[in-house]
Design a protein around this ligand. Structure first.
Ligand SMILES: NC(=O)C1=CN([C@@H]2O[C@H](COP(=O)(O)OP(=O)(O)OC[C@H]3O[C@@H](n4cnc5c(N)ncnc54)[C@H](OP(=O)(O)O)[C@@H]3O)[C@@H](O)[C@H]2O)C=CC1
Ligand SMILES: O=C(CO)COP(=O)(O)O
Length: 438
């Protein structure tokens, strides 16, 4: 069950020996858990089923006649941490959800609902809740982290002294402020000897709570960890696919938030389907271009964590990033939109990080630069959009046919794309600000 690649890819030289031992321990442990899982049997409690549930009841019965008894911690009591912890508990895992607010923990344990983030959805009665981080993390097989990107480093640092052999999986789709670190970078930096993975895909939490069939991707260099996450979360409602392109999967989840904001904004202007299709596909081109520069495999962006998540968040008002864009498109300021949302919208920070990084590295990211100009430089949305449409000739899929850089005008445009967006003047969207912000 173990893979020869698992132990060392993530270790730095200073920690090699200790790291090897820890990784071997982890791999052995995960392999034995998976073996135990395939032999064990735990029944599933009966519950009222939705039509979708009934249709897949037989598959569920098969899966639940052979569940895993993995011990799992989920850190972060927002909509996604709760939804994933609930799936794991329903699969028969020993799942504990850690929430930072003591009163929230009490209320969740009492009502078996997450009133603030997932009101109205009853959680599995086997799910445990805790405010005690050390007790939650101790003796677990896998720790899933689902806090916002801006709180990720702090969370990893808090659990660092408590790590003995646990693996870590990031569910977070953000980037660290000012450092451009992805969550996997933070894990590697703070806990260099630990096995880790990232999970990402089109996973709107409310749809998962409604048992609407969904799928995701677990990306890790560790094969046992990939298998363990699949065993823990996979069900007839939720398919867990595997990848070893950690960078690509993680970037797909983070970058699509930028374009969900763009699409929400476009929807406010009542654009047509052709326009939406153009934004979606050029977003994919931009994401994969950036991904390749960052060491990702461009083909990963054709998978669930790329085009899959891009589609889900760019077409649904359930996406908080889409809603932010929509509010901006209706003339609200970014601060007012964030306040009104009251939940995590990673794209707000990601636009800034990617704009900066792409500008420094000379990566052509016209949609990101345009959004940055509208949101952070107070430029007119319509003027910026028009400017995007006037950009020079490009090839459709640059991995099929490279751009013709001999076109001097085009090259000049590419170099100045972010700066020239700044020259547009303020128009209707911003003029609506004062009204919409109220
Ligand atoms: N919701 C979704 O559909 C999906 C979300 N994701 C990703 O999951 C991550 C979390 O998002 P989501 O669950 O939706 O966020 P929510 O906005 O629903 O909730 C955020 C949660 O994180 C907690 N939190 C905030 N700061 C800290 C901190 N410093 N330490 C501990 N806990 C903290 C909040 O606690 P409090 O209430 O006390 O403020 C709250 O419980 C994001 O990166 C998101 O992109 C991924 C897939 C789907
Ligand atoms: O990532 C998500 C769905 O896959 C959730 O998107 P939002 O964070 O925009 O709500």
């Amino acid at each position: 069950m173990t893979s020869p690649n698992d132990s060392n890819k993530n270790n730095n030289s200073a920690n090699n020996e200790a790291g090897n031992n820890t990784s071997e321990k982890q791999n052995g442990m995960l392999a034995s858990i998976l073996e135990r899982a395939s032999k064990s049997g735990i029944g599933r409690k009966k519950s009222t089923r939705s039509p979708v549930e009934s249709a897949v009841a037989k598959d569920m019965a098969d899966i639940h006649s052979n569940p895993t008894k993995l011990r799992l911690a989920f850190l972060g009591g927002g909509s996604f941490g709760t939804a994933m912890a609930n799936l794991a508990a329903r699969n028969g895992c020993d799942a504990t959800l850690w929430v930072r607010n003591k009163r929230t923990v009490k209320a969740m344990a009492k009502t078996q609902t997450n009133k603030k983030y997932l009101p109205g959805y009853k959680l599995d009665d086997r799910l445990k809740y805790s405010h005690d981080l050390a007790a939650t993390v101790k003796d677990k097989d896998i720790i899933f982290i689902a806090v916002p990107g801006l709180a990720f480093r702090e969370t990893v640092k808090n659990i660092a002294p408590l790590i003995s052999g646990q693996s870590i999986v990031s569910l977070t789709k953000g980037m660290e402020k000012d450092t451009f670190a992805m969550m996997s970078d933070i894990i590697k930096e703070v806990l260099p000897e630990v096995n880790f993975g990232v999970m990402s895909g089109p996973n709107l939490a409310i749809e998962i709570m409604k048992n609407m069939p969904s799928a995701t991707v677990i990306a890790s260099e560790s094969e046992p960890l990939r298998h363990a996450v699949q065993a823990a979360l996979h069900s007839a409602f939720f398919r867990v696919f595997a990848s070893d392109d950690v960078r690509g999967v993680e970037l797909g989840g983070a970058l699509k938030n930028i374009y969900a904001i763009a699409m929400g904004m476009a929807a406010a202007y009542e654009v047509g389907e052709n326009t939406k299709a153009m934004i979606l596909t050029r977003a994919l081109a931009e994401m994969s271009r950036f991904g390749v520069e960052e060491g990702a495999n461009p083909l990963t962006f054709l998978g669930l964590s790329g085009v899959g998540d891009l589609y889900a968040t760019c077409s649904s008002e359930l996406s908080r990033n889409y809603r932010i864009g929509n509010m901006l498109g209706r003339g609200m300021s970014i601060d007012a939109a964030v306040k009104k949302l009251g939940q995590t919208a990673e794209g707000v920070n990601t636009i800034q990080q990617v704009h900066e990084k792409a500008t420094k590295a000379g990566i052509y990211m016209p949609i990101t630069h345009a959004l940055y100009a509208v949101i952070y430089e107070d430029k007119a949305a319509l003027g910026v959009a028009l400017h995007l449409m006037e950009a020079g000739f490009r090839s459709d899929v640059e991995f099929v046919m490279a751009h013709d850089h001999s076109n001097a005008a085009l090259t000049a445009h590419m170099k100045n794309s972010s700066n020239s967006a700044k020259d547009n003047t303020k128009d209707d969207a911003k003029s609506k600000n004062s009204d919409a912000d109220k």
